[in-house]
Ligand binder design. Structure first.
Ligand SMILES: [Zn+2]
Length: 234
């Protein structure tokens, strides 16, 4: 079901889906049937880690500052879309569900109010918020069909950022050990609670530092964009 159309987005989507495929193959090959299926909480780790590997590979193969800038911008956009936006969505969802629990009326106007409040809280005055933005929640299918789904994009993204860092920095022995832990995670299917599976791979989502790593990654990508932008001739 992949509509490959030769664009950069399509290449990244291909890498993303290949991550899911690799996860499934390794889980099925190493787990008995009952624990062969993995949860969503772990699933998007394999896919987003693959996207990160692709980005670094593409950056290695080109010296053209314009192309490098575009690749880095793609990575920054994916952090904004997969991490920051999904955290805001999750916050919105929790607030909406709490209204129901408290017996409060849930109308479109109330939900618009929650959404625009969050936009102000998250973006402050750094982004000009169009009046229409308050309706964004209406077009998110997860809110209607699969409640409490969206926060997992953010937790998965934070996990893959940490795993990628562990597998690509430090001594050769440390990198090798991190890679082994990552492959063990992919082979583990659904054999334990997702948080525990990730902890065994070196990702502790109970620690703020794990989430902070994404913020640092964004910061680093923006610095790299500035470096490339300085090389681009006007
Ligand atoms: Zn996916």
């Amino acid at each position: 079901m992949l509509n490959y159309n030769d664009t950069l987005d399509a290449v990244f989507t291909f890498a993303h889906e290949a991550g899911h495929a690799m996860h499934t193959v390794l889980s099925y090959a190493n787990q008995p049937f009952v624990t062969s299926s993995y949860t969503i909480f772990v699933a998007e780790v394999a896919s987003t880690t693959n996207e990160r590997f692709l980005l670094e590979k593409l950056l290695e193969t080109t010296t053209d500052p314009k192309e490098r800038f575009l690749l880095l911008q793609h990575a920054v956009d994916s952090i904004v879309g997969t991490f920051y936006t999904q955290v805001l969505f999750a916050d919105f969802e929790l607030k909406a569900h709490r209204l129901v629990e408290q017996g409060q009326p849930v109308t479109a106007a109330v939900l618009n109010g929650i959404y625009s409040g969050l936009l102000k809280e998250y973006y402050g005055d750094s982004v000009t918020v169009d009046d229409l933005y308050q309706h964004t929640w209406t077009r998110i299918p997860h809110f209607y069909n699969t409640p409490y789904y969206v926060y997992q994009y953010a937790t998965c993204f934070a996990s893959s950022a940490k795993l990628f860092k562990d597998m690509t920095t430090g001594s050769a022995t440390a990198k090798q050990a991190a890679t082994e832990r990552y492959l063990t995670l992919l082979k583990s299917g659904g054999n334990d609670y997702p948080m525990k599976q990730l902890q065994k791979a070196g990702v502790d989502l109970t620690q703020p530092a794990t989430v902070q790593a994404v913020v640092e990654q964004l910061d680093e990508l923006v610095s790299r964009m500035e470096t490339e932008s300085a090389k681009i001739q006007p």
